[in-house]
Design a protein around this ligand. Structure first.
Ligand code: DSN
Length: 437
């Protein structure tokens, strides 16, 4: 392709992508749609500037307005999460986790975390699997024992494991709770004394659930004994792509240095502005928004279960967060089903189940799918719309209907849900393509 053709092609693809998402059901649990205000902030000149360091302590000129926005952003984050220290500079959730590892561990230390099939994130992974904790920070990762029926960390078995690791001279320096599949609150409070006895620091990865924590609709790790909490700013928090770390005040100075110069040079200043706008909107609308997310995910889980899906966590009511996981091995493998759903304009992801590895399945074609409802909630959908989503999914996964017919019906259904809710300014369509050229 000639350069000009490639250039044109990129813009054509961008617009086509946005039109597709405007007529689809976006159910990827790690995604969301930011408000038009957040999108405007991201397009600002802040994205072209440097501001290494902390507000008032920069190593570049030109930061007088950036400093003010960063201070507003930090203040809003602290108030929202009811804490005294926030660093809004990490550029992603993985980066925020690396800041936590830098703060609380030394290479060679042992860290406790969930295995990926049980909901851990790749940033908590072992070296042999290329995980960030093992291969970048040089940590020895030990897994939390996991109870599949409860879909949660097994508390008794964890207490025994910590004792055993200590006796073997492998006492964990850091316990990393939270992760990527978190239908139920993790036992931070229940394990806090045990961790303290063993001088194990606690960090909670709230990448997925931070918006629910902010809206007081999930656990509150920093008030249950965690030393720090990391997050993404674009999952249940509906901001731009980015990261965040909050902590008890005594860890603040160390975290500041772990972020800069430890893990970021320049942070992404346009995203910083977007984070500030998002935090302000979360102050105003976060409670209502987070409550509706939890109602929606519980409604979707129950509706899928009634229609024949094997949604995990049945014993506990399927979910208390924004997501659910279903075992779809009766109907096919995760990869094939993900594709059929995508062809029907239903966008979600295949997911490893806690017992997949033992069953000989792997991440390419796992036994599960994961659905998150944050984005459809922001588009104004409520419990009755979750029934319709469950019907669309049933037509593809259980009844084996032609994806093209369902895709048309999904696009028709989506016509009524084009605005972002829970935001100060809601007149613009959510997926409007913004032309500047
Ligand atoms: N692992 C991604 C997810 O949960 O979708 C986030 O990094």
């Amino acid at each position: 392709m000639e350069p000009r053709q490639s250039y044109n092609k990129v813009f054509e693809l961008l617009e086509t992508h946005q039109k597709w998402f405007a007529s689809s059901l976006p159910l990827i649990a790690s995604e969301n749609i930011p408000s038009p205000a957040v999108r405007e902030a991201i397009l600002s000149d802040f994205g072209n500037r440097y501001a290494e360091g902390w507000p008032g302590e920069r190593v570049y000129a030109g930061c007088k307005y950036i400093d003010q926005v960063e201070q507003i952003c930090m203040d809003l984050a602290k108030q929202l999460f009811r804490v005294d220290f926030a660093d809004v500079r990490p550029i992603s959730g993985v980066c925020a986790n690396l800041v936590a590892y830098t703060t609380f561990t030394t290479p060679g230390d042992t860290m406790l975390a969930l295995a990926i099939p049980a909901g851990g994130h790749i940033s908590m992974g072992k070296k042999e699997f290329g995980g960030t904790a093992g291969s970048v920070r040089g940590l020895q990762v030990e897994y939390f024992p996991f109870d599949t029926e409860e879909m949660n960390i097994d508390i008794d078995a964890t207490e025994k494991k910590i004792q055993k690791l200590s006796e073997e001279g492998k006492k964990p320096t850091l316990a990393m709770l939270g992760g990527s599949v978190l239908p139920f609150p993790h036992p931070v409070k229940q394990l806090a004394d045990t961790f303290q006895e063993h001088e194990t620091r606690i960090c909670f990865d709230a990448a997925h659930v931070a918006g629910l924590v902010a809206g007081s609709q999930f656990q509150d790790p920093l008030h249950e004994g965690a030393d720090a909490m990391t997050a993404s700013t674009h999952k249940t928090l509906p901001g731009p792509q980015g990261g965040l770390i909050l902590s008890k005040p005594e860890h603040g100075e160390k975290i500041k240095k772990s972020t800069f110069p430890g893990n970021v040079s320049n942070h992404h200043l346009h995203h910083l502005a977007g984070k500030a706008v998002m935090f302000a909107e979360m102050h105003a609308f976060g409670k209502e928004y987070a409550a509706q997310i939890v109602k929606n995910s519980r409604a979707l889980a129950a509706a899928l279960h009634e229609r024949g899906f094997q949604v995990l966590g049945e014993k506990k009511g399927f979910t208390r967060s924004h997501l659910l996981v279903a075992d779809i091995t009766k109907f096919g493998d995760g990869k094939t089903i993900e594709k059929k759903l995508e062809d029907a304009n239903i966008i979600l992801n295949r997911n490893l189940l806690p017992y997949d590895i033992k069953a000989g399945r792997h991440f390419e074609a796992p036994g599960g799918i994961r659905c998150g409802v944050s984005e459809v909630t922001r588009l104004g959908m409520k419990e009755s719309e979750m029934m319709e989503i469950a019907d669309f999914m049933t037509r593809i996964v259980i009844k084996g209907e032609d994806s093209r017919k369902v895709a048309t019906d999904v696009a028709d259904f989506r016509r009524d849900y084009q605005k972002v809710h829970y935001a100060f300014e809601t007149s613009k369509d959510a997926y409007t393509y913004i032309h500047i050229r």
